[in-house]
Design a protein around this ligand. Structure first.
Ligand code: BGC
Length: 754
């Protein structure tokens, strides 16, 4: 029997290959209906580690499959807490995403897990999105490059990656029911590309169907998206897993293309629920005199969102409902067989089937170093008036903030990680100072807390809160110091959207400190923009997102100039919510559980440019301690692009032009720049954004060093999606090529003929 995964590729079509001569087909042939049903939904993990678990079939030597959260670290066990995905995205570096993917894959293997429930890369359509910190960007191209890097990396470590959440899970408000109402062109140009790239370029192992509806249909039951687009059009050969309790109608989902229902049990039986109340319900014997479901419903009601998930208390819709549908002929068994084959194919491909998986490495010094490097690279220096930063290291520093003595490890939800060590800003700065005792710490205001979906915050940090913090003490400390560094945070978690105002009295604290300090630096631990009423009053603003366990170390490196703050914004920082494209209630959060994506392709900077709104900080923005100059931009149309309109064309995602330019570091410090190329179509038969990101390249240069940068433009960057032809089309005409250091800082221009 062959175990070579390649020999199974052709066998994924049940209709044509009734009994292919390979191990997977043999297993499927020999499985009973009961065994098949059990293999397409989750069950209880005896090791109590996996977030999702498919029991093996001992009789046929089929091992179990363990899937684990999540995007920033391994949920099951104490592990390296990497920076938030949006911090990784801010590095604009697909190679770094690949390196990160490999490390987190090794951590998953170190915890004896087979599949990672990550990366997540929904488009950040609204700044309020409660999971923006778990995602990458508002731009489909940047999103795609990072998704491919991360998936490649995870899978290179011998772990299945999961592309999530497919599709249009762009808000947490009403996420269990809201319907994203999106036209086809917008789907193709904005929301689908990163998934398409993860499938076609990185051969992602699995795709997670999201909670929400898309144009009226729940994602796990969306035949068009799961079967027609994902499997048939893109050739996806892996399996589609549901988000947890996302499946409503088992038979409809099975027919639509869902392959694996998770977690396959009610929340109180699931070992990862993280709630003391549900733990108590779970501990009750099965034969209690009242239904456990009613009790679980009762105890969980207080923390349920407005439109809760109705399925969390139910058995799997892929259990009895599927069996009955097959037994009474409503569902063909071959549909079930295809699902099993898909899961087994991935198990064979990653060595799970034969127990030949790589060892893994959990919580290693190398991974801690990488977590720190990502945090440094992802840090965005938003403002630096009068070259306030970097600090010399000899200043008297007042470190202020309600949580400045706590690391900001992550946001709330399934991505929460429990690290074995973590450094706070206070510890990081103290360790780096040249003169002992030259940092004073004042909380200034009452703590604002931490967002966690668990009963107790993770990680548990022993924080002596101190008595009655007073803003006057913070002001006094600021006055006595050479520089005040104020660390603030937002509260963001899966399951609810984010407030764009800093919680508690943090705005007042910043304003009060800035009024008396010589120089004020604000450090934002946020999932994206927050309103900054104090912006003009402060000197420097540093966005460090949720930096993970290396928070304080990375912050100190950047503040003192050991590392260049080389992050660039992967999302636009607007001044206020109303400036964003989805600013009406009908668009966000939606009316009657429908969110109209009527802004179409004008998401993020595409809208700010078209509507001529000045953002606080534009997409792609980020200052450096170095200074870069661009020169000698030339464009070479290298590849015939005729084929782009041909539906059979193999080349429509291939390269079409090359840009070459020289970048020189004319500053007196080493630094890292991200060269960004945007395209602007001169004419178009459909409304196009004034500019769209088409290529980028990070470069690292010593002071005085210069380098030649080559950027490749793919045909897809020139194309629009033609709904009538159901294909990508490159329209004749000229494009302006805009090369710069952000979407609003264009340094060189050229033209390109299509
Ligand atoms: C989240 C997924 C996660 C799953 C398992 C869901 O609530 O949306 O991203 O993988 O839970 O924890």
């Amino acid at each position: 029997m062959s175990t070579d995964p390649d020999t199974t590729d052709a066998d994924t079509d049940t209709e044509t290959d009734a009994s292919p001569p390979d191990r997977i087909a043999d297993i499927v042939d020999e499985m009973t209906l009961e065994e098949k049903i059990d293999f397409v939904h989750g069950s209880y993990d005896p090791a109590e580690l996996a977030t999702g678990y498919v029991a093996g079939v001992d009789r046929l030597n089929v091992p179990s499959l363990s899937l684990v959260d999540g995007p920033m670290g391994i949920r099951a066990v104490p592990s390296t807490a990497f920076p938030a995905s949006i911090a990784l995205a801010a590095a604009w570096d697909p190679d770094l995403a690949r390196e990160f993917g490999e490390a987190i894959g090794e951590e998953a293997r170190g915890a004896d897990q087979d599949a990672l429930l990550a990366p997540g890369f929904n488009i950040i359509r609204v700044p309020q999105c409660g999971r923006a910190f778990e995602y990458y960007s508002e731009d489909p191209y940047l999103n795609s490059r990072l998704a491919v890097g991360a998936v490649d990396g995870v899978q290179s470590a011998g772990v299945m990656a999961t592309a999530k959440h497919y599709l249009a899970n762009n808000q947490e408000a009403d996420r269990h029911h809201v319907s994203a109402e999106i036209d086809e062109r917008t789907l193709r140009e904005i929301y689908l590309p990163a998934f398409e790239a993860a499938v076609e370029e990185a051969d992602v192992s699995s795709v997670m169907a999201s909670y929400n509806r898309i144009n009226g249909t729940y994602a796990p039951q969306h035949r068009r998206l799961l079967t027609e687009v994902l499997k048939d059009e893109w050739g996806f050969e892996g399996f589609v897993v549901s988000d947890w309790w996302a499946t409503h109608d088992g038979v409809a989902a099975a027919e639509a293309g869902l392959d694996l229902d998770m977690p396959g049990m009610p929340v109180y039986d699931w070992q990862c629920h993280g709630s003391t109340f549900l733990d108590l319900v779970a501990a009750l014997p099965d034969e209690v005199w009242f239904p456990k479901k009613d009790l679980a419903e009762f105890v969980s009601r207080p923390w349920q969102p407005a439109n809760p998930n109705p399925n969390v208390l139910d058995e799997s819709p892929f259990d009895d409902p599927l069996r009955e549908a097959i037994e009474d002929g409503r569902l063909e068994e071959s549909i079930l067989d295809d699902k099993i084959r898909r899961i087994l194919r991935e198990m064979a491909r990653f060595g799970v089937l034969d127990g030949e998986q790589p060892e893994g490495a959990l919580d290693t010094p190398d991974h801690h170093d990488l977590a720190r490097r990502i945090a440094e690279r992802g840090t965005v220096l938003l403002q630096n008036d009068g070259d306030t930063l970097p600090l010399e290291g000899s200043e008297r520093i007042a470190l202020i903030g309600p949580h400045a003595d706590e690391p900001k490890v992550g946001g709330g939800g399934s991505s929460e990680v429990d690290p074995t060590r973590a450094t706070s800003p206070l510890d990081g700065v103290r360790d780096r100072l040249e003169i002992d005792g030259s940092v004073t710490f004042e909380r200034g205001i009452e703590p604002v807390g931490d967002a966690s979906m668990h009963d107790s915050p993770l990680p548990e940090i022993d924080t002596p809160w101190g008595e009655n913090p007073r803003i006057e003490e913070a002001m006094r400390a600021a006055q006595d110091a050479d520089v005040a560094v104020v660390v603030v945070r937002d509260l963001s978690s899966e399951g609810a959207d984010r407030d764009l105002e800093l919680p508690g009295a943090q705005n007042e604290l910043i304003a009060a400190v800035a009024a008396v300090a010589d120089r004020t630096v604000v450090v934002c631990n946020t999932a994206g923009m927050v309103t900054m009423p104090w912006l003009d009053a402060v000197d420097a603003v540093v966005e460090t997102w949720y930096p993970g366990q290396e928070d304080g170390n990375a912050l100190a490196s950047v503040l003192f100039g050991d590392a260049d703050p080389s992050g660039r914004l992967p999302v636009t920082f607007g001044e206020r919510a109303a400036d964003y494209p989805a600013s009406s209630e009908a668009q966000y959060p939606g009316v009657g559980l429908e969110a109209e994506y009527s802004e179409g392709v004008f998401v993020g900077y595409r809208h700010f440019d078209a509507a001529e709104i000045d953002p606080a900080f534009p997409f792609g923005h980020g200052l450096s301690y170095a200074e870069f100059e661009y020169s000698g931009l030339s464009v070479e149309n290298g590849v015939d692009i005729e084929g782009a309109t041909d539906p059979e064309s193999e080349t429509d995602a291939g390269p079409t032009a090359t840009l070459t330019l020289t970048v020189e570091n004319v500053g007196d410090r080493p630094g890292r720049d991200v060269v960004q190329a945007y395209l602007a179509a001169a004419d178009s038969s459909v409304p196009r954004p004034p500019k769209e990101l088409a290529a980028f390249e990070p470069v690292e240069l010593e002071s005085g060093e210069s380098t030649t940068v080559e950027l490749t433009i793919d045909e897809r960057a020139l194309a629009v999606y033609d709904e009538d032809d159901a294909d990508w089309v490159v329209e004749d005409g000229a494009f302006e090529v805009l090369v710069g250091r952000s979407s609003r800082d264009i340094r060189a221009r050229a033209s390109l003929e299509a």
